[in-house]
Design a protein around this ligand. Structure first.
Ligand code: PHE
Ligand code: ZN
Length: 869
């Protein structure tokens, strides 16, 4: 009999806390090998309180020292490796009482990067979701919101800077070269938003005035040598603060707001109250070392974390099943912010296309695979595995649909009511929906299914044009495939922006609300056969089943006034041709040509329109994937496109130069994107002729976008000069960890090139490189994840060598950092979709990992679900 079945947590088993906390005082003496944490907690009965109930705190990897209650040593407790249960409470726990606990943790042994850890000699914390329990015994759950006062002590020489949440109160000298700082956060918060930072750091700062006239101090803290790379993050922060005031009437509520950068971090960044902690990747930028994509990512992540101050911190989640309440909403807010920053309607469309491309490349496969879950999951084994593209990106699409259904104003009314009702509370997705419904008097009961049902809905389109009566009949049928634990689905409420495209341009855009399994609409006064433009701007996160003729798609590709659907038509033509192993025909080449030459279109849009669908998105359109075949057809298609338009590419390369001092605005970065696509296409067409131009661009570039793009084009096409440039790149940037990550990632994600050795051999060499570090998540990802997740054609080898490397890597990473290992473990999720011999080899690889007796719960859940039937 198996007794070690993994433990599952279920949404419907939620119970409010038995006890709750009011004031929490923490006194933390920082020492890398022995940090002493003293807590003093005011405890009150909670919503599920019953007299005599024990107070059960959680703790992990802590050394327990002592416990006092109301000032007296207390002996009635039970200690397990994961908990501290306190019995015999004063007056059966009915009145407020004080718990004081002393415990010890070991930050310099902490490689999981959850709880308190050391990075480059400095101290950092990461508490979301359940890391606070690695710092002290606590009610480590988001529905327990307390006020914190924190005193940090450390040796002044090693830790001159001591930061925590909220407002700074005082600093003191202590004996033996120690000092202390005290911070107080006036807003009650759950433990996952706690943070401390200590060490040798420097900051840039600005004072701004917010809408109410209050002055606020903004700081960005980094290692001193990185100070010159903080300007862009600061500008992004200021822009975010202003945007949230303008768009949602939400003001910064603290006297100061700090961002700190750390190079060892599992995720992108973390919204701790008043003290956001960021992966360096999403803070540090200057033109010489960061690409345009890096600049854009920094802007959006800074905004995202700042926006959490209201959507996440002031109003937080009742339990972790509600994660999308804060994440989906905050992603939606950061997407809208970035779109507004683009400064034009076509810029907004570019941002929308990029977001949808990400959703379809990453979230659609997740929704169709063994880890599929609703944006509000019903069950998990390890919550860390549920920081997913579904919770984040599909969650954002669901929030976007409210705005589509209610209009911008209606959406704002809903947001206002949400804050009016729930400020200072820990709430649920249902509460958010209720606020939207009540503020707008709209019945959203069917809309609720977007929270409870997993899987990407499919909508089938059937059309009949009746010229005699000038009528157009549209029938839509929705369905949704089974997902784990959910066999049958109820119909969704799907908002579809729709327009009939006619030469007369006489049909208005409409919003169709598909709520039935099958529904029909009749359009009147349609005097010519229209071309249907449906799900405009991707108004719903669905898959369309629409047998549109290539002629209609081409029309749409050249005339649709919805830029998203214009792009989409081009993607669909390319997809059909690639999957049919066809090359672009003369007609399609002509359409591409006129699009490229159209002076009214943004360069950024042209770049997107000429970029082919990703291999992993193509996989999802097949019932049995042959990854080598898809790679070859896609590559052949691309080569033909490159060759047929060689003259145009050469002209575009010249026309889209950005001379003069570097500018990071949308217009300039769009030009660079198109120019660098042109360069890559020229090398695709003929590496012999064009390689010297790429080498030249590599050498003379004054910014990372151009230097990296030239290097990538050389490497990807196996062109002459690639090796020299790679060597130069490494020595030029040897001291800049983020740039060295790029150097590793580029080589690990190089697709197969004729006549070159396999990328896997290269990856194995890179793993032995002196600059490679398995313990640093960014570096590990730049080699291992880059290969296993971003290089499908090299990873999926018929001999299974890629999978063997995956097994080795998951097992090597897991004891160091389960979260990073579990992400990597997901690379084999879609094994059932593959043809033989791939499928069998992937399954065997999963079984090999599953056979390991000492797996973390994180990896155990991922491989367990992948193999479950
Ligand atoms: N809450 C963070 C964000 O989305 C992500 C995160 C989760 C960071 C867990 C660290 C740990 O902004
Ligand atoms: Zn977030």
């Amino acid at each position: 009999m198996k007794t070690d079945l993994p433990q599952s947590f279920r949404r419907l088993e939620y119970r409010p806390p038995v006890y709750t906390f009011d004031q929490v005082d923490l006194d933390i003496a920082l020492d890398p090998s022995r940090t002493i944490v003293k807590s003093r907690i005011e405890v009150l009965p909670g919503k599920s309180f019953e007299p005599g109930a024990p107070l059960v705190l959680v703790g992990q990897e802590l050394e327990f020292v002592s416990l006092r209650i109301n000032g007296q040593a207390h002996r009635h407790f039970e200690l397990t490796p994961e908990s501290l249960a306190i019995h015999s409470l004063p007056n059966e726990g009915k009145d407020k009482f004080i718990v004081e606990i002393i415990s010890i943790c070991v930050p310099n042994k902490n490689t999981s990067l959850m709880g308190l850890y050391v990075s480059n000699g400095n101290f950092f914390t990461q508490c979301e979701a359940e890391g606070f329990r690695k710092i002290t015994y606590f009610l480590d759950r988001p529905d327990v919101m307390a006020r914190y006062r924190v005193t940090l002590q450390a040796r002044e020489e090693e830790c001159p800077v001591l930061l925590s949440n909220g407002n700074f109160l005082k600093q003191e000298k202590l004996p033996n070269g120690w000092h202390s700082a005290t911070w107080e956060d006036p807003f009650p918060k759950p433990s996952y938003l706690f943070a401390l930072v200590a060490g040798k750091l420097a900051c840039i700062e600005e004072t701004i005035t917010t809408s109410s006239g209050a002055k606020k101090l903004l700081q960005i803290w980094v290692e001193p040598h990185d100070l010159n790379k903080t300007r862009h993050a600061m500008d992004s922060l200021i822009a975010s603060i202003h945007w949230d005031e303008k768009r949602f009437g939400l003001e910064l509520d603290l006297e100061r707001f700090m961002i700190v950068a750390v190079s060892d971090f599992n995720m992108g960044a973390m919204e701790n109250k008043g003290l956001n902690i960021f992966n360096t990747k999403f803070v540090l930028a200057q033109a010489e070392t960061a690409t345009d994509a890096d600049f854009a990512n920094i802007e959006s992540v800074v905004a995202h974390e700042y926006f959490h101050n209201w959507t996440g911190n002031r109003v937080t989640c009742q339990d972790w099943f509600q994660l999308s309440l804060k994440e989906g909403l905050t992603v939606f807010r950061d997407q809208e912010f970035s779109a507004d920053q683009m400064g034009s309607e076509s810029g907004r469309a570019v941002k929308r296309i990029e977001d949808v491309r990400l959703l379809r490349q990453l979230q659609f496969p997740e929704d169709a695979g063994p880890m599929a879950h609703p944006i509000r999951p019903d069950e998990y084994q390890e919550i860390n595995n549920f920081y997913t593209v579904t919770v984040y990106e599909k969650g954002s699409e669901v929030v976007r649909m409210y705005q589509t259904l209610l209009g911008r104003e209606g959406f704002r009314k809903g947001m206002d009511l949400y804050f009016q009702r729930h400020d200072g509370q820990a709430v649920t997705c249902d509460d958010f929906l209720a606020a939207m419904a009540d503020a707008n008097n709209k019945d959203l009961s069917q809309f609720q299914r977007w929270y409870s049902q997993a899987g990407t809905p499919r909508v089938k389109v059937e059309e009949v044009y009746d010229p005699a009566n000038g009528q157009y009949h549209l029938t839509l049928t929705q369905s949704c495939a089974s997902t784990p634990g959910q066999k049958d689905k109820e119909p969704f409420h799907i908002p579809l922006k729709t327009r009939l495209l006619t030469a007369k341009n006489d049909q208005p855009e409409q919003l169709l609300e598909l709520t039935q399994p099958t529904q029909s609409w009749t359009f009147q006064n349609v005097t010519e056969r229209p071309v249907l433009s449906i799900n405009r701007n991707f108004s719903a996160p669905i898959q369309l089943e629409f047998e549109q003729s290539e002629a209609d798609l081409l029309t749409q590709f050249s005339v649709d006034d919805d830029p998203f659907n214009r792009w989409e038509a081009g993607q669909r033509i390319a997809m059909q041709m690639i999957l049919g192993d066809r090359l672009p025909d003369a007609q399609l080449i002509n359409s591409y040509r006129s699009l490229l030459l159209d002076p009214n279109l943004d360069p950024a849009f042209k770049e997107l329109a000429l970029t082919l669908p990703a291999e992993t998105y193509l996989y999802e359109q097949c019932s049995s994937v042959d990854p080598q075949k898809i790679f070859m057809s896609r590559r052949a298609f691309r080569k033909e496109l490159a060759k047929q338009l060689q003259l145009e590419w050469a002209a575009l390369y010249q026309q889209n130069q950005t001379p003069g001092p570097f500018k990071s605005d949308a217009q300039s970065s769009g030009k660079r994107a198109l120019k660098n696509l042109a360069l890559s296409m020229l090398l695709e067409a003929d590496p012999k002729i064009w390689a010297p131009m790429a080498v030249n661009q590599y050498q003379v570039a004054d910014n990372m976008t151009d230097r990296y793009a030239a290097l990538a084009a050389l490497v990807i096409h196996g062109a002459k000069g690639a090796e020299e440039c790679l060597r130069d790149f490494f020595s030029r940037f040897a001291n800049d960890a983020l740039v060295i990550d790029k150097w590793f990632a580029l080589q690990s994600s190089r697709p197969p090139v004729d006549g070159k050795e396999s990328t896997l051999l290269e990856v194995k060499r890179l793993r032995e490189h002196p600059a490679f570090k398995l313990n640093n998540p960014n570096r590990a990802r730049s080699v291992i994840h880059a290969f296993c997740a971003n290089n499908p054609a090299s990873f999926h080898q018929p001999d299974g060598s890629g999978y063997a490397f995956w097994v080795e890597s998951v097992l090597a990473l897991d004891p160091i950092n389960p979260q990073v290992a579990a992400r990597l473990a997901r690379a084999l999720d879609r094994w059932r979709l593959f043809a033989q011999p791939y499928q069998g080899q992937m399954k065997a690889a999963l079984e090999q990992v599953a056979a390991c007796q000492t797996l973390s719960p994180d990896v155990r859940e991922v491989v367990g679900k992948a193999l479950a039937d």
